[in-house]
Design a protein around this ligand. Structure first.
Ligand code: ZN
Length: 351
C-alpha cells in the first residue's frame, strides 16, 4: 500500500518530498508490527489481543489509514504492551446518543421518572448512592407504590380552629393525629372527645409546652408527659395515647426512654410547614411539595395563634395529596412505609 501511495504520488510530488514522506507512512506499520510481535499468538478469533483476529486486522487497517482508534482494552496484562498515552475506548464505539442511553446515569433517571424522589435526591450525592439507586430499581414503580402521609396538628385543642379543621377532615374523609397540650385539653375536654369520636388520634404534647423539658428532673418530665397521657385517657375512657411529641421536638435519649417506658412512641415530623409563622398559603403548600416523601409526617398547628392560613392551605393540600396517590394514615404506618415502601397494599391504610 505504501509503495502504491508513493508510486501514485509520482506525478504530483517531486522525489525529495516522496522520500521525506516514506518514514511517515512506514511508522504506523512498524509500530503495528512490533505490537503484534509482543502479543501472544493464541487462537481466539474474537480476542482483541490476537494478532490474527478480525479485530486486530481492523485496528491495523485503521492505523494505516490514519483513523484514530484504540489499541487495546485497559487490562493489567495488555497495559505493558500498549502505549500508555493511548486511551482505551470501545472497538465498535457507539454514537454519543447510544452510549448515553446505555449508561447508569440514564438508568437512574429512568428510575426517578418512575416516581421515587428519594432516589433522585440520593443519586445527586455521588457514586456510592447511585449504587443504591440501582439496587432499588425493580421494586419501585409509581403505579404500584402505595404512598402514605400522616397529618399532625400541635398545640390544641383550640375552640376556634380545631372544630374547623375537624369539619374539613370529615368532609375529606381523612384522619389525622392531634398532639394536644394538657392544659388546653383540660379547658376543652369536649374537643378532645370530638377528635376521638371522629376517628382521629389524640396524642401527648406535654402539659405546659416547656421547650426545655428534657433538661428537667425525671419527676417534672413525668408530671408533664405522663400527666397529659393520663388526663387524655381520663377524658376519653377506653382510649389509649400511643404517641408523644416533645415541645419544639426537643428531646434527648433519656426522655425518649422514659416516654417508651410509659408506653408511647416519640414522634417528630419530616415536613415542617412553619404554618405558625403565617408565611402564606402558597408557601405552606410549596414547603409540603418540597419536603414530602412517602411516609412523610406533616407538622401543622390547630392553635397558638391565627390559624386561618393553616386551614386555607389544608383545603388545597388534602385534595392535592389525594390526587398524588397519598393515603392518610397515623404516624406508625407512615414511619413503616418510610423504612420499607409498600407495594400494592391491601389494608385500609390506617393504624
Ligand atoms: Zn408544640
Amino acid at each position: 500500500m505504501v509503495v502504491s501511495i508513493v508510486l501514485t504520488s509520482r506525478e504530483t510530488l517531486p522525489m525529495k518530498k516522496r522520500i521525506a514522506l516514506l518514514p511517515t507512512l512506514l511508522l504506523p506499520i512498524l509500530f503495528a508490527t512490533s505490537l503484534s510481535s509482543t502479543l501472544p499468538a493464541k487462537a481466539d478469533q474474537n480476542c482483541p489481543v490476537n494478532p490474527n483476529s478480525q479485530l486486530h486486522r481492523v485496528k491495523i487497517a485503521a492505523l494505516l489509514s490514519g483513523t484514530p482508534t484504540q489499541l487495546l482494552p485497559s487490562t493489567p496484562a495488555n497495559n505493558a504492551t500498549a502505549s500508555p498515552t493511548v486511551k482505551p475506548i470501545a472497538i465498535s464505539q457507539p454514537s454519543r446518543k447510544t452510549s448515553k442511553r446505555a449508561t447508569g446515569v440514564s438508568l437512574r433517571k429512568k428510575v426517578n421518572k418512575l416516581g421515587d424522589k428519594r432516589v433522585l435526591r440520593k443519586t445527586k450525592k455521588g457514586k456510592k448512592s447511585s449504587k443504591k439507586a440501582r439496587a432499588v430499581t425493580p421494586a419501585i414503580e409509581a403505579e404500584d407504590e402505595v404512598k402514605y402521609v400522616a397529618l399532625t396538628f400541635d398545640d390544641g385543642p383550640n375552640p376556634t380552629y380545631t372544630p374547623k379543621i375537624l369539619a374539613l377532615l370529615k368532609k375529606e374523609g381523612v384522619h389525622a393525629t392531634f398532639f394536644v397540650i394538657g392544659r388546653q385539653a383540660k379547658k376543652y375536654p369536649e374537643l378532645v372527645e370530638q377528635i376521638v369520636a371522629d376517628g382521629h388520634k389524640v396524642a401527648d404534647h406535654t402539659m405546659n409546652h416547656d421547650e426545655q423539658l428534657y433538661k428537667r428532673s425525671d419527676a417534672r418530665i413525668e408530671q408533664e408527659v405522663l400527666g397529659t397521657k393520663t388526663l387524655i385517657e381520663s377524658i376519653v375512657p377506653g382510649t389509649t395515647v400511643e404517641y408523644y411529641r416533645a415541645p419544639a421536638g426537643n428531646m434527648n435519649r433519656h426522655e425518649r426512654r422514659l416516654v417508651a417506658e410509659w408506653g408511647m412512641k416519640s414522634i417528630n415530623w419530616s415536613v415542617d410547614t412553619k404554618d405558625w409563622q403565617r408565611p402564606g398559603v402558597a408557601t405552606i403548600l410549596k414547603t409540603v411539595k418540597r419536603q414530602l416523601r412517602n411516609g412523610g409526617i406533616i407538622l401543622m398547628h390547630d392553635a397558638g395563634g391565627d390559624r386561618t392560613q393553616t386551614i386555607a392551605a389544608l383545603k388545597k393540600l388534602i385534595p392535592k395529596l389525594k390526587k398524588d396517590g397519598y393515603e392518610f394514615v397515623f404516624p406508625s404506618t407512615a414511619l413503616a412505609a418510610r423504612k420499607a415502601p409498600v407495594v400494592a397494599a391491601n389494608d385500609d391504610g390506617q393504624d
